[in-house]
Design a binder for this molecule. Structure first.
Ligand code: ZN
Length: 129
């Protein structure tokens, strides 16, 4: 494993939070990162416009899975409006590592899937504006 991955990133990769799928989710979306071969699916159940249950599944590199795992912890209980405000910088902050232009796509795949599933925003976070 590469030194650039901090311990807790590997922990999230090996023991991801909220891993799996939901039956009849209100939101379900899958997307991939062709640069790396990562694929992430996020399922969400809402209650009163807030995240009641969230699950994700993924294959690919440690970074894409770890960041999706951290993202599911971040959005648990959030309203749709709050979730929309999550930025590229928030993801970089929780990961706590410096990312080049290729790795950043891995790190942001979970957020891309979330925003596409919840709001129909298809661009990579940070590039939609
Ligand atoms: Zn990747």
């Amino acid at each position: 494993m590469e030194d650039l991955y901090r311990e807790y990133i590997l922990e999230h990769y090996k023991n991801p939070s909220n891993y799996g799928t939901l039956q009849n989710p209100d939101i379900s979306y899958t997307d991939s990162n062709p640069l790396c071969g990562d694929e992430i699916r996020i399922d969400i159940n809402l209650n009163d416009n807030k995240v009641k249950d969230v699950r994700f599944q993924g294959k690919g590199c440690a970074l894409s899975k770890a960041s999706a795992s951290m993202l599911t912890e971040m959005i648990d209980g959030m309203s749709l409006e709050e979730m929309k405000g999550i930025t590229k910088e928030d993801i970089i902050d929780v990961l706590g590592i410096t990312l080049g232009p290729v790795r950043i796509k891995c790190a942001l795949l979970g957020l891309k899937v979330l925003k596409a599933g919840a709001y129909g925003l298809k661009g990579w976070p940070g590039e939609e504006d």
